[in-house]
Design a protein around this ligand. Structure first.
Ligand SMILES: *[C@@H]1O[C@H](CO)[C@@H](O)[C@H](O)[C@H]1NC(C)=O
Ligand SMILES: *[C@@H]1O[C@H](CO)[C@@H](O)[C@H](O)[C@H]1NC(C)=O
Ligand SMILES: *[C@@H]1O[C@H](CO)[C@@H](O)[C@H](O)[C@H]1NC(C)=O
Ligand SMILES: *[C@@H]1O[C@H](CO)[C@@H](O)[C@H](O)[C@H]1NC(C)=O
Length: 465
């Protein structure tokens, strides 16, 4: 009899746990995360070749959603992950735009050709005018945590934000360099102009004489120098990206995306406000080798710092930096020197995808306790990016990507308050609550198991500053 009862309770418990409205009231959205895996359009690379293309109207979850994570990797036609020493993923970037309904934007490959009356940028919240993306990483893609903690999410597809007559779409830019058989792998990944035999940029404009490496020398269809006699087949590749999201509802607090760039030339002036238009972000810079500067006492660390006044306020929810090979760490500080968030590179040590020696295969992230780090409008932040200057580097980057929330989560509804708000404390309510409690325990167990699994799969153990 007793075991019969327990079985019955368990069954009802599971049913309750599965009934979304009820379990949601207790446990937010943990139990209804959607996952989709998409492939980018294919791109074909041979030894030394470069692809840097902009794909419009790529696959993305539809509807009014809150994004929870965005992960990606380069794979071959058989679906096998491709290591960075074969295909170097310089960067990928995912940006939003709004297009007039009926206009087929996928036929345009060049966004300059778009009629501006049909196309509206749907950029992030700031602060560099030329860095409007919502997602994007480089070689560190495989081992960098991107999940947005509960109860937060990055909101998309809000009908109230989509201009009337327009629809929301997504652009994916992938910049990949095939370094199989090249003379100088690091040189090719750092886009050294001599290795690409390039004297004009992608628009045919002559390069400055002192421009010796960077994005202007490894644009789409350029070719890095390959060892004499090296034969390698051209192969078809994809960026496979995995998106997790929940349907938007009032229990989810939206976060805004901001990106800082260490090359930002912004300076405080008497009437500066720190808004986007005042920022000029050059995206890349060079590292002069310490032996040429003759200064040994800096320990051969290139330490670049900028100070920025925040044109926004809110609570820091997540932060991650982007650096290239040679990078040794990055951080945001308050102007009194207190660390707000730091992000350090992880270098690979082997050959296999996700652990390629000499490459940054992951960046640590920061997930402050809710409310622990508040930014007020007008605050001055110091952004620091460190590189090793033992070697000369060209075209390195220093970006810092943060998520900021306007609100802190309200305390969760407890069983107690749920029962109280029901008014009468009938026997049925108590029974129902007991049943729900068992269901909830089952949900927690499943969620905990899932989280452990996810942590192992995503290499989250390396993260946690
Ligand atoms: C852009 O579209 C508008 C109206 O749709 C049209 O009048 C204009 O000529 C177009 N401009 C270009 C450059 O195609
Ligand atoms: C480099 O470019 C120049 C001019 O475009 C060309 O004449 C020369 O053959 C190229 N060198 C190599 C090694 O490809
Ligand atoms: C102040 O703002 C005006 C207009 O917004 C601008 O023209 C001027 O250069 C600014 N002055 C300084 C010192 O930035
Ligand atoms: C950057 O380098 C400076 C000077 O070596 C050091 O004091 C600082 O802690 C470093 N910051 C990070 C984030 O690694």
């Amino acid at each position: 009899m007793e075991s019969y009862n327990r079985g019955w309770l368990l069954l009802v418990g599971i049913l309750v746990a599965l009934s979304v409205p009820y379990s949601q009231a207790f446990w937010g959205n943990e139990n209804k995360i959607n996952t989709a895996v998409f492939l980018s359009p294919k791109f074909v690379l041979g030894p030394g070749s470069v692809e840097d293309r902009f794909y419009y109207n790529v696959d993305f979850p539809k509807g009014h959603i809150a994004l929870k994570s965005f992960n990606a990797e380069v794979i071959d036609e058989a679906g096998n992950p491709v290591p960075l020493h074969e295909t170097y993923l310089h960067h990928w970037v995912v940006a939003r735009y709004f297009v007039r309904k009926g206009v087929d934007i996928s036929e345009f490959d060049d966004h300059a050709k778009l009629n501006s009356s049909d196309y509206i940028s749907g950029r992030n919240s700031g602060i560099c005018p030329n860095l409007g993306q919502f997602f994007g990483l480089g070689s560190e893609t495989r081992k960098t945590a991107t999940h947005v903690p509960d109860p937060y999410g990055i909101e998309f597809g809000n009908p109230a934000e989509i201009p009337s007559g327009f629809e929301e779409q997504w652009m994916l830019n992938i910049h990949a360099i095939d370094t199989r058989g090249v003379e100088d792998k690091l040189g090719c990944t750092e886009c050294r102009c001599d290795l690409y035999n390039v004297t004009v940029d992608g628009y045919g404009r002559p390069l400055r004489p002192d421009y010796i490496g960077g994005l202007l020398c490894c644009y789409d269809h350029t070719q890095c120098k390959v060892k004499r006699g090296f034969e390698g087949v051209r192969r078809t590749l994809y960026l496979r990206y995995t998106v997790k999201w929940v349907d938007m509802d009032s229990s989810i607090l939206p976060v805004k995306v901001y990106i800082f760039d260490i090359t930002d030339t912004w300076k405080r002036t008497r009437n500066s406000t720190g808004i986007n238009a005042e920022h000029q972000c050059k995206v890349e810079y060079d590292i002069e080798p310490c032996h040429s500067t003759g200064l040994g006492d800096d320990g051969c660390v290139d330490n670049k710092r900028i100070s920025l006044d925040m044109p926004f306020g809110g609570y820091l929810i997540y932060g991650v930096a982007h650096q290239h090979s040679g990078g040794i760490g990055s951080a945001l500080y308050r102007d009194d020197g207190q660390v707000m968030c730091s992000s350090l590179p992880t270098y690979g040590e082997g050959e296999e995808p996700g652990n390629e020696a000499g490459y940054i295969v992951g960046m640590t992230t920061c997930y402050p306790q809710p409310g622990a780090i508040e930014i007020s409008k007008g605050d001055t932040l110091i952004y620091e990016s460190n590189y090793s200057s033992i070697k000369h580097h060209t075209g390195v980057m220093g970006l810092f990507y943060i998520l900021v929330a306007d609100q802190l989560p309200k305390p969760m509804h407890t069983l107690h308050t749920v029962i109280q708000t029901q008014g009468t404390l009938s026997l049925l309510t108590i029974l129902w609550a007991a049943v729900a409690m068992i269901g909830a325990v089952a949900v927690i167990a499943v969620a905990f198991h899932y989280r452990l699994k996810r942590e192992r799969e995503d290499g989250y153990e390396a993260i946690g500053i």
